[in-house]
Design a protein around this ligand. Structure first.
Ligand code: SF4
Length: 169
């Protein structure tokens, strides 16, 4: 469940949402609506790609959780593996720590992340072969260690719409 907090910047944003070609398949996932709304509100965005920050190449094999989501992985109770069975948990942990460092030095107030990603997923991730409730490794670390709110694009735009609605009352 997303926390109902005031939306303030600067915000970390999944780099692929900002147009960076950093996804596993070498493509971006640009959200023009997100970028446009943040421009209108003059919210500073800090693009980060935790998978690249952890040292993974682009393009790269996709990875999925076994045994639990990002929260469980932080606790050492789950792992991330490619389809070929290669464990990449340490790379994801390293990238999450780097993103947390960037959040601290930029004074980030929250993050808007790409849903379903094993690093950035907010409410859903691929776990044990199917999409399940859970969050990515970086999302889990930012929430637990940095106390940041992390939204999906839909959740963030909904939060902005709610604010506008309340302001208009
Ligand atoms: S790790 Fe996050 S920023 Fe990087 S490609 Fe995946 S969803 Fe996008």
């Amino acid at each position: 469940m997303m926390a109902a907090v005031e939306v303030r910047g600067p915000l970390l944003v999944s780099a692929c949402l900002a147009g960076v070609r950093c996804r596993y398949d070498g493509r971006a996932k640009t959200s023009d609506e997100l970028l446009g709304r943040c421009r209108e509100l003059r919210l500073a965005l800090v693009p980060v790609c935790p998978e690249q920050l952890g040292g993974l190449p682009t393009p790269r094999p996709p990875a999925a959780f076994r045994g639990g989501d990002g929260r469980r992985l932080l606790a050492g109770q789950a792992g991330l593996f490619t389809a070929a069975g290669l464990e990449v948990s340490e790379k994801f942990l390293a990238g999450a720590r780097q993103a947390a460092l960037i959040a601290r030095v930029t004074g980030a107030r929250g993050a808007v992340f790409q849903e379903k990603s094993p690093a950035c997923g907010v409410e859903q991730v691929y776990l044990d072969g199917r999409l399940q409730p859970g969050c990515g490794v970086c999302t889990a670390l930012l929430r637990r260690q940095e106390g940041l709110s992390v939204w999906s694009v839909a959740g963030f735009l909904g939060e902005l719409a709610g604010r506008q609605g309340r302001a208009a009352c």
